[in-house]
Design a protein around this ligand. Sequence first.
Ligand SMILES: O=c1[nH]cnc2c1ncn2[C@H]1C[C@H](O)[C@@H](CO)O1
Ligand SMILES: [Zn+2]
Length: 371
Amino acid sequence: MTPRPLDPANLALAPKALLHDHLDGGLRPATVLELAHDCGYTELPADDQVALATWFRDAADSGSLERYLETFAHTVAVMQTASALERVARECVEDLAADGVVYAEVRFAPEQHLENGLTLDEVVESVLAGFAKGEVDAAGRGRPIVVRALVTAMRHAARSREIAELAVRFRGRGVVGFDIAGAEAGNPPTRHLDAFEYMRASNARFTIHAGEAFGLPSIHEALAYCGCDRLGHGVRVIDDITLPPGVTPASHSFDGAVLGDIAATVRDKRIPLELCPSSNVQTGAVASLADHPFNILARLRFRVTVNTDNRLMSDTCMSNEFKVLVDHFGYGWTDLERFTLNAMKSAFLHFDDRIRIIDEVIKPGYAVLIG
Ligand SMILES: O=c1[nH]cnc2c1ncn2[C@H]1C[C@H](O)[C@@H](CO)O1
Ligand SMILES: [Zn+2]
């Protein structure tokens, strides 16, 4: 048997698990335009789909997380009603399923969707209703997918404890965890310690955006003080690794690399890294895709996962993130399967549900591709 070619059609067929995707960063350009029209939002920077898609990608391609985040003003503005939220959530599931994603955790910040009078609970209910419809539609199209929500608090704001309580209130109804996002510099994870303590005391799971726009101190706080289950990005953990002489980011071996205490803890505890290659370049977390430490971390056996972050802003999808990694680092199907298993093992879904997807969907799917 020979392996199937690693071409776009087969990459789209490969079962994929996605842990880090923002609902307000994944709208279809056409939907942004229609929702803006419906709600009378007149600030969009372009008025046709192609120009709008280009604007988002170019504006996000800023080299700065703060400027990258400014682009969300336009998507959040058109996501202020129950019907808009439900539609965006449903389309998100459809788009992920069409791309071969079989499990996804999609995050959003309910506190950003209250401008027209929705309550926090109504925001979550609307999104969950959209996810449920999307799952039914996708199954009907022969692309079954399981989608769960992560509820995010904005790290510059002061509602994280309330949002953590919201996440726990909706546990078992489609929300599987909690996160903080937004500008990292100046807003360290320990500002939100009470929220994380509440999550831990509730036996609930959380990830923290850390080590993206700020380095090791942020990762250290997220792990040592907050006790996060996963790291959102965590890409700057590379700053705590001394590489042997003569290697490049695309080398096949990093034997002799020396890990500092933070990097060693991340690896020893199997803390999943939610790496988002394209987004990391846009925000300036890494200089270029060729310089991305994904391959170093993968070959040093960190628990790396592949993610989209914001499909609209990065003009990407899971298949494309896989392709980028294949092109730069020469991965084959068994590598892509390993990254997918890493993600599925790290999901906030219950253990038996994770095992079912691994055994019934992911392993058989890659067996066909590996040949
Ligand atoms: O990569 C990111 N880092 C920090 N914050 C982010 C990133 N991508 C999106 N966000 C913010 C902007 C969104 O409005 C918010 C909730 O999804 O999360
Ligand atoms: Zn993110």
